[in-house]
Design a protein around this ligand. Structure first.
Ligand code: RP5
Length: 171
């Protein structure tokens, strides 16, 4: 398809949001929304540790050379995607445990968080792709003062909103 960006040559964005299935999209889109709001480019990839392992490893192995700086990876159930990506790159990987119909996401959380030493995955709370977006932005802000300012602005907004809610309760 014209304009369609497929494969690792197209990963010229600082953040890739990978997920095991399009059934994860409703959760994982929240990471993209945060990054969009902060002006950080990102790309969504469907890469399954079980259904497309060759493509997943190819992506992970080439991501750094392709200019990717942080990888967000979400999966549910036997959620091997974040860990297997982390096994094949030295980029920071943020894992999002996606809750499926059974076990309320505890299976996904434990699959992602219990990594062996030397292969870290920074795991956020179940279904909290929003925090994965924020964490990716914080990592990128180490080398981007303008992004650091935008993050500070968002935190100030959140503070104002919370103070207003408290004031409303006191009124
Ligand atoms: C995982 O299996 C995916 O990340 C998804 O959360 C789960 C179910 O996938 P589908 O059967 O809905 O495609 O690999």
């Amino acid at each position: 398809m014209e304009g369609e960006e497929v494969g690792n040559e197209a990963e010229n964005v600082p953040v890739v949001i990978a997920m095991g299935s399009d059934s994860d999209l409703a959760v994982m889109t929240k990471a993209k929304e945060v990054l969009d709001a902060l002006g950080v480019s990102s790309r969504i990839r469907i890469l399954s540790a079980h259904r497309t392992p060759a493509e997943m490893f190819e992506f992970a192995r080439s991501a750094r050379d392709a200019g990717v700086k942080v990888i967000i990876a979400g999966a549910g159930g036997a959620a091997h995607l974040p860990g297997m990506i982390a096994s094949s790159t030295t980029l920071p990987v943020i894992g999002v445990p996606v809750a499926l119909r059974h076990l309320s996401g505890l299976d996904s959380l434990l699959s992602i968080v219990q990594m062996p030493r030397g292969v870290p995955v920074a795991t956020v709370a179940i279904d909290n792709a929003t925090n994965a977006g924020y964490l990716a932005a914080r990592i990128l802000s180490l080398g981007d003062p303008a992004l650091a300012e935008r993050l500070a602005g968002m935190a100030a907004e959140a503070r104002s909103e919370s103070l207003a809610k408290d004031a409303a309760q006191q009124a």
